[in-house]
Design a protein around this ligand. Structure first.
Ligand SMILES: C[S@@+](CC[C@H](N)C(=O)[O-])C[C@H]1O[C@@H](n2cnc3c(N)ncnc32)[C@H](O)[C@@H]1O
Length: 255
């Protein structure tokens, strides 16, 4: 939660929240109102996408080949032992349900109630017990150190302040925990980035830039280029797609 104006503090000229996470240059009621309006617009956008979201092969995972490709990748990144996973910006819950089916204990959070309702329905249809809640992944209402894995697929590019979110996500992890980010840069047919959200990584973020953002927070970062793995997407893709797996959150990040 952003601290109210009267509790704001500055360090090195940067406004910080109560956890010491830089939250931007602006503080006060008008800034908070602006952030709330932006959050509502982003939520409305994704709520509008919810009913058709699963039509994409990598979203709905209804194609057995695509599904198998994601099961194999997630096992590679998370390992086989059951762990506690936070799926932030879980959407319709496709990855959450895959992971829960594999024995992991999953908590899914999404800003859009319509997405969360679809995720809950998917879990009911699959007969698995998974917790899905409406919430802001930028500042999740989850216990620090409670998760072995924080997973976010195609989410950081949508956030107004992704760097602050990454720092908060790191704090959700136990000492050996992993941050698994699946991201990309998507282009429209004219070769331009499709910006919709208004954040700094709108339309996607490059593997190099995201790695640079994550590396100071962890002991080790591994990169997995995914553009050439058409089984994951159900088609050949030409844009940049990748995963980053960061291990061992640093108690004192190097930023
Ligand atoms: C491209 S979808 C990805 C959904 C899911 N991770 C997947 O891979 O199928 C982005 C999701 O992030 C959610 N989202 C965007 N901003 C969010 C925020 N601040 N907090 C929680 N969820 C958010 C949207 O509602 C949407 O469901």
């Amino acid at each position: 939660m952003l601290i109210p104006p009267e509790r704001g503090n500055r360090s090195g000229g940067r406004v910080q929240d109560a956890d010491g996470v830089p939250v931007g240059d602006c503080i006060g009621t008008s800034c908070e109102n602006g952030r709330m309006q932006q959050r509502q617009e982003i939520e409305a956008y994704w709520t509008g996408q919810a009913s058709t979201f699963d039509a994409q092969p990598d979203h709905g995972l209804s194609d057995p080949g695509v599904r198998a490709a994601w099961i194999a990748r997630l096992a590679e990144w998370l390992g086989d032992s059951p762990v506690r996973v936070a799926d932030l910006g879980c959407g319709t819950g496709s990855l959450s349900v895959l992971l829960a089916t594999a024995g992991h204990e999953v908590t899914g959070i999404d800003l859009s109630p319509a997405m969360v309702e679809r995720a809950r329905q998917k879990a009911r249809d699959t007969g698995i017990d998974t917790r899905f809640e409406v919430g802001d992944a930028s500042n999740p209402d989850l216990a620090p150190g409670a998760f072995h894995v924080v997973l976010a697929r195609h989410v950081v590019w949508t956030l107004p302040d992704p760097l602050a979110a990454l720092r908060r996500w790191t704090r959700l992890l136990e000492s050996e925990g992993r941050l698994v980010l699946i991201e990309g840069r998507w282009f429209n047919p004219s070769g331009q980035s499709d910006g919709m959200m208004g954040g700094p990584w709108d339309g996607g973020v490059s593997e190099d830039e995201l790695t640079s953002a994550v590396a100071p927070l962890f002991e080790r970062v591994d990169r997995y280029p995914l553009s050439g793995d058409s089984a994951l997407w159900g088609k050949d893709v030409t844009d940049e797609r990748y995963a980053i797996v960061a291990r061992g959150p640093l108690p004192k990040p190097m930023v």
